[in-house]
Design a protein around this ligand. Structure first.
Ligand code: CP
Length: 326
C-alpha cells in the first residue's frame, strides 16, 4: 500500500503508480462499505473543492459534489461561462487564486488541443491538488471507476482476462477519445489482455498507444489492435464498446460525421454479445446513444453493469479526494 498521495495532482492516468492505484481502489471499497452501513466518514471536514466545468456533465458533477458532501466538505460548481475567464483570467490566475480559496481544484475541459494544457497550467500555479474531471486526452476518474467495477465483477486478479475496448457508432456528436485512451493506459497495468478495435479512421494518439504497449509489456498483459468489432468480441470477459470521434483524422465535425456514418453497423447488440463469454460484462461510461451505439436489450440486459460503473465514480473519487486533499 502506498499512501503518499497528499497534495498530489491527478491529471493523467500514469500520474499515480500501479501500487498507488491499488491503494485508491482499496480505500474506495472501504468507503463504499461505510456508505452502505451508514458509517460517517467525514475525512474532509471544512474542505472545499472547486469544480470548474467547460463542458456538460451528469455523472461527474453529481458524484464529485455528493462525494465532497459525504466527506464532510463542500463542492462549489463553477460553470466557466459564468466566470471572467473569457474576459482575461489566465490559467495562472485561476490556479493561484483558486488555490488560495479552495483545498482542491477539479476541472473538465475537453476542447481538442486546449483542455489538457489548460489543466496543467492551472496545476503549475496551484498550491492545492488539481484533479482532471476529463480532458481531450484522459478521463482518469472514469477509468478508476471502471477498474473498481471490473474487480467487483471479475475478482482482484485480472491477469489473462480479455477486455475489448471497441469503437461504436454514434450519431449525437463526436465524442472525445479520452475514455479509450485512459482505458488502454490503466487496464494494461493490471495484466488484462486488451483488444482495441476501431475502424481505420478512429486511431488513438501514437504516444498513448506506445505507453499502453509499454505497460502491457511490463505487467505481462496483452495489447492487440484490430479493425473488426465481431472478431474482437470473441471470447471476451469484458466488453467496453463506446463511440469516439475520428479526431486524429479530422477535427472538422461535418467531415467527422461523414466518416462516422460509414460504420453504422458497429453497434453492440445481443448477436455480438453472444460472441463474448456467456458471463461477459457490458460496460459503457454513459451517456450512450441508445439503439445506435448499443441496443436497449444489451444496456438494460443481465450482462450490463453500467449502473454499478456509474455508482463507482462516487467511491473512487471520494478515495482520491480523501487521500490527496486531507
Ligand atoms: N461518464 C461521464 O463522465 O459522465 P458525464 O459526462 O455525465 O459526467
Amino acid at each position: 500500500m502506498q499512501t503518499g498521495l497528499r497534495g498530489r495532482d491527478l491529471i493523467g492516468d500514469l500520474d499515480f503508480s500501479r501500487e498507488e492505484i491499488e491503494t485508491i481502489i482499496d480505500v474506495a471499497f472501504d468507503l463504499k462499505r461505510k456508505r452502505a452501513l451508514g458509517e460517517p466518514h467525514a475525512y474532509l471536514r471544512d474542505k472545499v473543492l472547486a469544480m470548474l466545468f467547460f463542458f456538460a456533465s451528469t455523472r461527474t458533477r453529481g458524484s464529485f459534489e455528493a462525494g465532497m458532501a459525504q466527506l464532510g466538505g463542500h463542492a462549489a460548481f463553477i460553470e466557466s461561462r459564468t466566470t471572467q475567464i473569457s474576459h482575461g483570467d489566465t490559467e495562472k490566475e485561476m490556479g493561484d487564486i483558486f488555490g488560495r480559496y479552495f483545498d482542491g481544484i477539479a476541472i473538465r475541459h475537453v476542447d481538442w488541443g486546449v483542455g489538457n494544457r489548460y489543466i496543467n497550467l492551472v496545476a503549475e500555479a496551484s498550491r492545492v491538488p488539481v484533479l482532471n474531471m476529463q480532458c481531450e486526452i484522459y478521463h482518469p476518474f472514469q477509468i478508476l471507476a471502471d477498474l473498481m467495477t471490473v474487480m467487483e465483477k471479475k475478482g482482484g486478479n485480472l491477469r489473462g482476462r480479455k477486455m475489448v475496448v471497441s469503437w461504436a457508432y454514434a450519431s449525437s456528436y463526436l465524442k472525445p477519445i479520452s475514455v479509450p485512451q485512459s482505458l488502454i493506459l490503466q487496464m494494461t497495468r493490471f495484466g488484462l489482455d486488451i483488444v482495441l478495435a476501431h475502424p481505420p479512421e478512429f486511431k488513438l494518439t501514437p504516444e498513448i498507444m506506445d505507453q499502453a504497449r509499454d505497460q502491457a509489456r511490463k505487467e505481462g498483459g496483452g495489447f492487440e489492435v484490430m479493425d473488426d468489432m465481431e472478431a474482437a468480441f470473441k471470447g471476451a470477459d469484458i466488453v467496453y464498446a463506446k463511440s469516439w470521434g475520428p479526431l486524429l483524422t479530422t477535427t472538422d465535425s461535418d467531415e467527422g460525421k461523414r466518416i462516422q456514418d460509414k460504420y453504422k453497423d458497429w453497434i453492440t447488440d445481443e448477436r455480438k454479445m453472444k460472441l463474448a463469454r456467456e458471463d461477459a460484462i457490458y460496460m459503457h461510461p454513459l451517456p450512450a446513444d441508445r439503439n445506435i451505439e448499443v441496443t436497449d436489450e444489451v444496456i438494460d440486459g443481465p450482462n450490463s453493469v453500467v449502473f454499478d460503473e456509474a455508482e463507482n465514480r462516487l467511491h473512487v473519487q471520494k478515495a482520491v479526494m480523501a487521500l490527496t486533499m486531507c
